[in-house]
Design a protein around this ligand. Structure first.
Ligand SMILES: Nc1ncnc2[nH]cnc12
Length: 577
């Protein structure tokens, strides 16, 4: 069995016997025109697979094989790799992996932040092992900071645990480093973690939107390997120049890939070796047609040479993470993650193999079992042993949160009377409350731009797992809370005393327990309702998630209180209940 990308000695001996004709391959892809990454050419060969591994690629055919598939006239490429997944965006990592695999993305390199909030370290490591059983290759990051102001940050981020995380064989990178300002300001603990990561030969991902040449240079000196925050061709080229690996983003909040490619190609760039593409944790609806297959299609359309388009979503990713002996190419010894295409320039595979297992076969999806027993990890519907009431809905502070776009928020002086039970529709303000999931504290303010008329929203999906309430009407907000408790977590919308939309998140209050297709439908309904009630932007799920995210400007609502991001100062502390 494949464990962390390695096989046991006796299995390696067996693999050699397959080449010697003493053991039959489990699958042979005959007459396959495949993209050879080392020659950067399409070659024709027979690809022998034994269980999870590619054993032989060449002219010979075995005397026997369990299964032979004739690939004449087809094109065969390595399974696609998403280098930068946030696998907890309403979906859960298992469901995301299965969905991605249907479209040919069979490796995900995943954010670990939600594990830190959901499970203590031992349990988290145990669930990571369970993820090794998926046919999709699942790797992880090790975050260095919670990207919010937390009351008990040291419990999640301390050197002892960090060293265990960065030593973990499934962990390929540190970061993404959203807390880079404190690194620049002299945080030597952070620098130590980064250096340890680099000593292990692993990468460190930056998070450097808008960084100047000066900042990019300093971050390189401090150990940052890569960055995916470019929003212009110039950003991309500035990063490439300094030796960064650059991720071109195509996500629900920043679908920049087409423009980035147009600009870098326009600027004369002809080498794509240092580039990857990422969907950066898009919200479910954005994934309707897949992940990296969609990015490759865009790259081809924008004029990237076809071979480079595939490389950006496979071999370049593997090389960046030092995985090229295992993934990202079709050659002996690699994990059998392989896509079969009907044409070179159509990256949407008609057949997908992951660890040698059919995920899709001639456009027919294969049934996959459930691999993760969430109950075992006590990741289940939320239960609240406390209640809330009108006393929690007291608003008096003078500063509110003004949404500039999906994720940028500025402070504003509140000029509306917010001591009332219902805020009038002709004022933009809505009540905003962050309520401790354990019922100990609360932070009350207002928000502009999220809704014009919605009575009440509650969400247990949030950065820290605490509850976010937004609404115009206190009774509707209380009813939303009541429904959330009945459901055991999720997002609930109430209008004039009626629940008008709900999205149950029964796995720890932050992840959907059903299929990706159902989730996509539910998210669409929720979004349509929010637009109806005057949500002004594109991605309400991200707006909710990032309300507490201190890596974004200018003001946030956190466990500590209302925070001024630039000054790193709590403007109005949380109230004890
Ligand atoms: N920093 C971040 N945290 C969580 N989800 C994200 N999606 C994109 N960036 C993210």
């Amino acid at each position: 069995m494949l464990e962390n990308g390695h096989w046991r000695n006796f299995e390696l001996r067996k693999h050699v016997k397959v080449v010697e004709g003493k053991i039959a391959p489990t699958l042979v892809l005959k007459n396959a025109t495949y993209l050879n990454m080392f020659l950067n050419q399409w070659l024709t060969a027979n690809i022998w697979i034994y269980n999870e591994r590619i054993i032989y690629v060449g002219d010979k055919l075995p005397e026997q094989a369990t299964e032979v598939v004739d690939c004449k006239g087809k094109y065969v490429v390595p399974g696609y790799m998403e280098p930068h997944a946030h696998p907890f965006q309403l979906y859960n990592p298992e469901v995301l992996a299965k969905h991605a695999a249907k479209f040919g993305t069979t490796t995900l390199v995943n954010d670990n932040l939600s594990w830190l909030f959901l499970l203590e370290k031992k349990k988290a490591f145990s669930i990571l092992r369970e993820f090794d059983k998926l046919p999709v290759s699942m790797y992880w990051w090790s975050r260095f900071d919670p990207q919010t102001a937390m009351l008990e940050e040291d419990q999640l981020f301390n050197t002892e645990d960090m060293l265990d995380w960065l030593n973990h064989p499934s962990v390929l990178q540190g970061g993404e480093l959203t807390g880079w300002p404190s690194l620049l300001n002299g945080d030597d603990r952070l620098l130590y973690w980064i250096q340890e990561m680099k000593r292990k030969g692993k990468r460190v991902e930056g998070h450097l939107p808008g960084a100047s040449e000066n900042t990019l240079t300093k971050m390189k000196l401090l150990g940052i390997s890569a960055d995916h925050e470019s929003i212009s061709g110039e950003d991309v080229i500035n990063r490439l120049k300094l030796g960064y690996q650059v991720g071109l983003r195509y996500s629900s909040i920043r679908p920049d890939l087409p423009q980035l490619l147009e600009e870098i190609i326009g600027a004369g760039l002809t080498s794509f070796e240092q580039l990857t593409m990422t969907t950066d944790g898009a919200t479910p609806g954005f994934y309707e047609n897949g992940l990296m297959n969609v990015c490759i299609e865009i790259a081809i359309q924008q004029g990237v040479p076809i071979e480079d388009a595939y490389r950006m979503a496979s071999f370049n990713v593997a090389k960046h993470f030092h995985l090229e002996e295992q993934l990202g190419c079709i050659a002996p010894g690699r994990i059998a993650n392989i896509n079969i295409l009907q044409a070179k320039d159509i990256p949407h595979p008609e057949s997908v193999l992951a660890k040698g297992k059919w995920i899709v076969r001639e456009n027919v999806e294969q049934e996959l079992p459930s691999y993760i027993n969430w109950e075992k990890y006590k990741i289940k519907p939320l239960q609240f042993e406390w209640d809330m009431d009108l006393r929690d809905l007291q608003f008096s502070i003078p500063i509110g949160l003004d949404m500039i776009n999906d994720v940028i928020i500025k402070p504003y002086p509140i000029q509306t009377d917010i001591t009332v039970n219902e805020l009038p529709e002709y004022r933009d303000d809505a009540f905003l409350l962050l309520l401790d999931k354990k019922g100990q504290w609360r932070v009350n303010t207002t928000i502009r731009g999220f809704t014009k008329s919605l009575g009440g929203l509650v969400s247990s999906f949030s950065q820290t797992g605490d509850l976010i309430f937004i609404g115009k009407n206190k009774q509707d907000m209380l009813l939303a809370w009541k429904r959330l408790k009945e459901l055991g977590g999720g997002i609930v919308l109430v209008q004039e005393g009626e629940v008008v939309a709900e999205l149950p998140l029964l796995l720890g209050g932050r992840m959907f327990a059903g299929s990706m297709d159902d989730l996509i439908e539910k998210e669409k309904e929720l979004k349509a309702k929010l637009l109806e009630f005057g949500y002004q932007f594109h991605d309400p799920i991200y707006s909710i998630l990032f309300l507490s995210s201190t890596h974004l400007p200018y003001i946030r609502i956190t466990q500590e209180g209302i925070m001024d991001i630039k000054k790193r100062e709590v403007l109005f502390p949380a109230t004890m209940r």
